[in-house]
Design a protein around this ligand. Structure first.
Ligand SMILES: Nc1ncnc2c1ncn2[C@@H]1O[C@H](COP(=O)(O)OP(=O)(O)O)[C@@H](O)[C@H]1O
Ligand SMILES: N[C@@H](CC(=O)OP(=O)(O)O)C(=O)O
Length: 422
């Protein structure tokens, strides 16, 4: 069994979908494969706007925004399909209708619940189109609604996987049937009450890793628009170089510090079962891509990661007492309650500074909660720049940087938090 994940960029237009079909056609005969599909292009962003309008009780606007998404998907299906168009159309109408029914109601539950019920249709639609396009091209694919397999808790928008039931269902669905190529959705799941859930933005990589784990896949490949994992985002750093081989440790660090190429939750399920992760280029499938596995003693180039929209919170004791175990416990309790993960922490005698992603509402809540026990200061509009495996030249250049509010250095990792250029 192999798992392939196709992200939004790989299916963002008709030409790219045609390229993806060639990759699927090249899967070796007799090999079982699960194809995990994300929503096309920026569909999830567009669906988020539908959710916002619906939740603000702007029903007409929500329906209009949804109509645009509908037409875009119908146009793609119409262009790609002839024989299979009617069946595909009927399936798409079912998906549209489910959302439209909901949009005609008034919101009575929490925002996150509606988010998941609406946003999940992006992956349902894209996977339906790809499945029928495979059939149109003579491939005998089987479409699976992942919501019947990947079961989660009801923590909408960041649902937690119920691993044992998911493993059992995945094995029943994907291993006990004669089909060889399955098409399913990334990013979405369902509760045991059949309510749709999502796993967090960009969560399709995680879905591929979950399925790889429970199906004990030979490998998981994620198909991207880059040659493989690079030493930095090539859209931001011209000097970025391709890295042919990485280990799980390095990638988990990169993802944690904000490298956007792989979702941070992807590595653990694969590392736990020693399943290699391949990052491959859909624009040129013959390129080797990057292999991520258990390798030791690798030599890495300097790896640079820029994370925008950071905030620095300084918690200072109210009475000049030292920051000790109890105060740290209090701060961690606040962070845990709000599900906030620090990107950087620095201790002083009577203060502690924590850098976090600027999720405005949660940051305000954190500041309010902590104000009872600390003097709290919040500094916004910051950028976290991390370099792993830095050289002397990089160290000098980073030491010369201006507008730095925090700096941290270990023998491997150098980080500066600086004012974001407006
Ligand atoms: N270290 C890195 N190596 C390669 N690509 C990176 C890196 N950091 C960020 N990226 C960006 O990740 C993009 C691919 O990821 P993404 O667009 O999220 O793919 P998808 O939507 O297909 O999952 C690349 O176009 C690149 O700009
Ligand atoms: N469509 C979802 C899930 C996802 O993983 O997408 P992509 O593979 O395009 O990053 C999102 O945009 O968040």
């Amino acid at each position: 069994m192999i798992v392939y994940k196709f992200g939004g960029a790989s299916i963002s237009n008709i030409e790219r979908i045609q390229q993806v079909i060639q990759i699927i056609e090249n899967i070796e005969a007799g090999e079982k494969a699960v194809l995990v599909i994300s929503a096309m292009g920026k569909t999830t962003n567009a669906l988020e706007k539908v959710v916002d309008a619906f939740f603000q009780q702007k029903a007409t606007e929500a329906l209009q925004l949804f109509e645009v998404i509908k037409q875009q998907h119908l146009t793609v299906a119409k262009y790609l399909l002839v024989k299979e168009y009617n069946t595909c159309y009927a399936r798409m109408i079912d998906i549209f209708t489910e959302v439209e029914w909901l949009l005609h109601d008034k919101p009575v539950r929490a925002y996150d619940y509606y988010y998941d019920q609406i946003v999940c249709c992006g992956e349902l639609l894209s996977s339906t189109i790809i499945h029928f396009f495979c059939k149109e091209n003579g491939l005998n694919t089987q479409w699976i609604d992942i919501r019947d397999v990947l079961l989660t808790d009801n923590n909408f928008r960041d649902a937690g996987i119920i691993w044992d039931i998911t493993a059992q269902k995945a094995q029943q669905v994907f291993l006990n049937t004669a089909h060889s190529i399955y098409i399913t959705q990334g990013f979405i799941g369902a509760t045991t009450d059949n309510e749709s859930t999502t796993l967090g933005r960009e969560g399709s990589d995680f879905t591929a890793a979950i399925l790889g784990n429970v199906l004990e896949a030979k490998s998981v490949s994620i198909w991207k628009d880059v040659e493989g994992v690079m030493s930095a985002d090539p859209k931001m750093f011209k000097e970025a170089v391709y890295i042919p081989e990485l280990n799980y440790n390095e990638v988990i660090e990169m993802a944690y510090y904000g490298a956007q190429v792989i979702h941070p939750k992807t590595i653990k399920p694969l590392q736990n079962k020693h399943i290699p992760l391949l990052v491959k280029c859909f624009l040129n499938p013959s390129l080797p891509g990057t292999i991520i596995h258990n390798a030791k003693h690798l030599h890495f180039p300097p790896i640079q990661i820029l994370k925008d929209k950071q905030v620095l919170i300084t918690f200072q004791s109210l009475d000049f007492s030292f920051i000790g175990g109890q105060s740290i416990q209090n701060i961690y309790a606040f962070l845990n309650a709000l599900k906030l993960i620090p990107n950087l922490i620095q201790f002083g005698a009577i203060s502690v500074q924590i850098c976090l992603d600027d999720k405005a509402e949660k940051i305000n809540e954190l500041a309010m909660l902590a104000a009872e026990k600390f003097d709290v200061q919040v500094q916004k509009n910051l950028q976290l720049f991390t370099v792993r495996h830095y050289t002397a030249a990089i160290l000098n250049a980073m030491n010369a940087e201006e507008n730095v509010v925090l700096r941290q250095q270990t023998p491997i990792t150098l980080q500066i938090l600086k004012l974001q250029k407006q």
